[in-house]
Design a protein around this ligand. Sequence first.
Ligand SMILES: [Zn+2]
Length: 163
Amino acid sequence: MAHPNINERQSHVKSLLIRGVDITTAIKKELAAIYSCSTSAIHADIIWFTKPHSKHSIYTSSAVRKIVHARDGEICQYCGSETAYEYIVEHVIPAAIGGDARPYNLVIACQSCNIRKGRKVWIPRNLIEITEYHKDWRERVLSLADDTSPNLSVVIELGATGV
Ligand SMILES: [Zn+2]
């Protein structure tokens, strides 16, 4: 039988997944307590939203694009342009060298940056935000960053904060 809070619970789980939170057993227990359900119900929600090829999956290309557009708006995350003719969803680490089509590896970019970047790795201005829950991925981006990359100050900021 559906719990009255099921929609709220599922959108809560979904929002955590979109932000890239690793839903550990401890977090499952917390959610189960909030929504008066079992941890297996939470687990089922996670499967529902992460199962490949499911129309509910947060990782379908249309869902991911919506997430990236909502997060970055119409601002190129490489040059900061807010007046570009066209914005596209761009892989930070190119797919050709193993970059995932997940929100932590996708940013909004203007066409000009997209063309100039090509298959190089550039540091997006929101790198810290998008990799908040994927610090290993952040390290990978920083280690692969090309000399022509804009936003090298992000590296300095990371160094200064000791992240
Ligand atoms: Zn740009």
